[in-house]
Write a protein that binds this ligand. Structure first.
Ligand code: GTP
Ligand code: MG
Length: 200
C-alpha cells in the first residue's frame, strides 16, 4: 500500500471525544519512549506528523491521524512511565483501557516492545490484560537498528517461552526500525489486508 495522504485530525482526552468510528482504525501502544510516535512518522513518511521526544511521556492524548482518506492511525500515550505523577498515570491507564476496550472500529492494536530488552513485566501484564479482554493485538519490536544481531533472536525466544506458558501461540509480530524503515512494507500490507474486513 502506498501512503498518499496523512493528516492530523484531533487529540482526545477520552474515548467519548474520539472521532466518529466509521473507518478502520489501528492504534500504537507501549511503554513511554518505545517509539510509538516515531513509528507513525516512519509508516506515513511524514516527519513531524506525530510529535516525538527523547524524554519519555511526550504523547499525553489520544491522537488521530487520517491516512489515505480511508483509515486511521492512533498514537497513544505510553503506559507505566514512572516520572509522571501517580494520579496522571492512573488517568492515562483509565483512558487507555477505555479506549482499547470500547473503540468499536479498532481493527488491531499494535503493542510496541523495545527489541533490545528481554520481556518486561509491565508489557507482559498489559498483553495478558488484552488477552483477557479479548482485544486483538500484534507485537511490534522497535529500534531494531540498535539491537545486536545475536540479541534479537534471544529476546524473541524469551517472549515465546514465557507467553507459551499462558497462550497457545505467540501473537503475530513485526520487526521494525523507524531509522531504517525496516518493517514498513510488512506493517502496511497487514493494515491493507485488515482494512478489507472492516464493516461499518
Ligand atoms: P511517548 O510519547 O513518550 O510515550 O514515547 P514514544 O513511544 O512515542 O517514543 P518516540 O517516538 O517519541 O521516541 C522516543 C525516542 O526513541 C526518540 O528519541 C526517538 O528518536 C527514538 N527512536 C524511536 N524509534 C527509533 C528507532 O527505530 N531507532 C532508534 N535508534 N531510535 C528510535
Ligand atoms: Mg509518543
Amino acid at each position: 500500500m502506498k501512503i498518499t495522504s496523512a493528516t492530523y485530525i484531533t487529540s482526545s482526552t477520552k474515548l467519548l471525544q474520539c472521532p466518529k468510528p466509521d473507518k478502520p482504525e489501528y492504534a500504537f501502544i507501549g511503554r513511554s519512549n518505545v517509539g510509538k510516535s516515531s513509528l507513525i512518522n516512519m509508516l506515513t513518511g511524514v516527519r513531524g506528523l506525530a510529535r516525538i521526544s527523547s524524554s519519555p511521556g511526550k504523547t499525553q492524548l489520544i491522537n488521530h491521524f487520517l491516512i489515505n482518506e480511508k483509515w486511521m492511525l492512533v498514537d497513544l500515550p505510553g503506559y507505566g512511565y514512572a516520572k509522571v505523577s501517580k494520579e496522571k498515570r492512573n488517568e492515562f491507564g483509565k483512558m487507555i483501557r477505555n479506549y482499547v476496550s470500547g473503540r468499536e472500529n479498532l481493527m488491531c492494536l499494535f503493542v510496541l516492545l523495545d527489541s533490545r530488552l528481554p520481556p518486561q513485566k509491565p508489557d507482559l501484564e498489559f498483553m495478558t490484560e488484552l488477552a483477557e479482554l479479548q482485544i486483538a493485538f500484534c507485537m511490534v519490536f522497535t529500534k531494531c537498528d540498535k539491537v545486536a544481531a545475536s540479541q534479537l533472536p534471544k529476546n524473541i525466544a524469551a517472549y515465546k517461552k514465557i507467553m507459551s506458558e499462558e497462550w497457545e501461540a505467540l501473537p503475530k509480530y513485526f520487526l521494525t526500525s523507524s531509522n531504517t524503515a525496516k518493517g514498513k512494507e510488512e506493517l502496511l500490507k497487514f493494515i491493507d489486508d485488515s482494512n478489507k474486513y472492516f464493516e461499518k
